[in-house]
Design a protein around this ligand. Structure first.
Ligand SMILES: Cc1cc2nc3c(=O)[nH]c(=O)nc-3n(C[C@H](O)[C@H](O)[C@H](O)COP(=O)(O)OP(=O)(O)OC[C@H]3O[C@@H](n4cnc5c(N)ncnc54)[C@H](O)[C@@H]3O)c2cc1C
Length: 451
């Protein structure tokens, strides 16, 4: 049996970060990855001749972001697109009323002020909430106090529901009252015209990564751990870093021997794994405003398909991206592609009756994928922010966990995956790893490979 210093399970952003940092320190590291590609939930489809990001697209806020610093240090181009966080004002948004009619300027100003006012009340209600209160409970209390007309309440209620679905992939009644506490955005948001998976791929270059190798069992031993794969191989290491998504841990497809301690099993059980799917539609021409970042249907017109993001800048072809998250995200996974497109297009034509038939489409089903079993983690009712960081372990000093679900400060993001991978590497090494030096070493290796 081959022996390594560390085995990293999963080659997404967190796994490749840990593996790169440990390898740079001279450790013998093996990465076992179930899929036939690197990047996990950063997945760029380039089959059409331009990139389509089926997983993560955005950096949500580039101010004071070590992730943004890394992207800059690696000279990865980006395009500003500041609406990936379900914002209400700021960048140009075309809003449509309950009956699908465009909102005029006065109504839009009223709408933005309504959401801002309701959000202020919501912050107070969250602060006053008790254990076991859901995000639905606190939004209803805030709306009760708002003094808005019933129609304005309906629109804000729908907006809050969709915001939870997009940010957490969950139904508002399943999210803890504190489930969006960490949701602040500092600075602009950006997307990646060359595809976001360039980042994990460049970090992973030169690592010992075995693709198509699903791990089935991790057994802790007096000297470390033995990792078994679906191919029947076994590998031994002094430490193991598990970076598979929370959905995979919940599904129990990896057996841990002995069973995980309660400090880790508890958070796996309590935290939620949401579903958030993407539908990209390309059109022969643009039928929406030249400068609009988002088209958004409020109230009844947007009950299912409510927000359409203009991502034409990536391919140069008119392209709208819409999301199906939470309950709709789960339901749509059982429909055919044609059924999904027909349903979404029907909703879009309530806003734009002349919208043409799409010329191309991309549809995801992250909740049905055995190597993610969902899209990202959230604070389900009964869990707490501490659960995220508790999940990192280690168990018995040898078994560490990393990945977006293990980072309480901003879970469900690429940043969380990066920072948790960094933390796992530092814990395994027992020493700090400087992020600027990490980026510089990647550049230096690329220069030496190119020459
Ligand atoms: C549709 C969608 C949109 C998103 N949009 C954004 C966004 O715009 N901005 C943002 O910041 N974040 C976004 N996210 C979240 C972001 O993609 C993730 O938080 C991040 O990529 C997770 O990285 P990770 O390393 O924690 O996990 P992953 O990337 O999931 O990596 C885990 C790896 O483990 C592998 N694996 C699973 N099971 C096994 C096994 N048994 N054996 C071996 N390997 C296994 C998987 O194949 C995977 O490669 C989005 C996610 C989705 C799904």
């Amino acid at each position: 049996m081959s022996t390594y210093d560390t085995i990293v399970i999963g080659a997404g952003m967190s796994g490749v970060t840990t593996a790169r940092m440990l390898t740079d320190d001279g450790r013998r590291v093996l990465v076992l990855e179930a899929r036939d590609r690197i990047g996990g939930r950063m997945h760029t489809d380039r089959s059409a001749g331009f990139p389509v990001d089926l997983g993560a697209s955005w950096i949500h806020g580039i101010d004071d972001s070590p992730l943004w610093d890394l992207v800059q240090a690696l000279d990865i181009p980006t395009v500003e697109c500041t609406v990936g966080s379900f914002q209400v004002g700021g960048r140009p948004i075309e809003n449509f009323t309950d009956d699908g009619a465009p909102m005029d300027d006065a109504a839009t100003a009223q709408w933005i002020s309504d959401v801002e006012q309701a959000d202020r009340l919501l912050v107070q209600e969250i602060a006053a909430s008790s254990s076991g209160d859901t995000y639905l409970d606190v939004t209803e209390r805030a709306l009760d106090r708002s003094g808005f007309t019933p129609q304005r309440i309906d629109e804000v209620r729908e907006f809050f529901r969709h915001r939870v679905e997009e940010q957490c992939g969950a139904w508002i009644g399943d999210l803890d009252a504190h489930g969006l506490d960490e949701d602040g955005i500092d600075g602009d948001e950006v997307i990646f015209p060359r595809g976001y998976d360039e980042l994990p791929r460049r970090i992973a270059a030169g690592l010992d990564v075995r693709l198509d190798t699903a791990v089935t069992r991790v057994s802790r031993t007096p000297d470390g751990a033995v990792v078994a794969t679906a191919h029947g191989e076994e590998y031994e290491a002094h430490s193991v870093v598990v970076t598979v998504p929370l959905g995979v841990l919940k599904a129990g497809t990896i057996e841990f021997v002995p069973a995980l301690p309660e400090e880790i099993a508890g958070p796996i059980d309590r935290l939620g794994m949401g579903v958030f799917n993407k539908i990209f539609l390309q059109f022969p021409g643009r039928f929406w405003g030249e400068d609009s970042y988002v088209l958004r249907a409020l109230g009844e017109a947007g009950e299912h398909w409510h927000s359409w993001y203009d991502v034409s800048a990536i391919s140069g072809i008119p392209t709208l991206l819409t999301f199906a998250a939470g309950p709709l995200g789960r339901r749509m996974q059982d429909l055919s592609d044609d059924e999904i497109v027909a349903d979404a297009l029907g909703a879009l034509r309530r806003l734009y009756p002349d919208a043409a038939e799409p010329t191309a489409q991309w549809i995801t089903r992250w909740g049905q994928n055995p190597f993610s079993v969902g899209s990202y983690s959230h604070l389900a009712v009964g869990s707490s922010h501490h659960d995220h960081d508790e999940l990192a372990g280690p168990a018995d000093g040898v078994l560490h966990f990393a990945g977006e679900a293990t980072w309480g400060e901003e879970p469900a993001t690429v940043g969380a995956a990066f920072y948790s991978g960094h933390r796992a590497a530092e814990r395994v090494l027992g020493a700090a790893v400087d992020l600027a030096a990490f980026a510089e070493r990647i550049r230096a290796r690329e220069r030496s490979t190119a020459s």
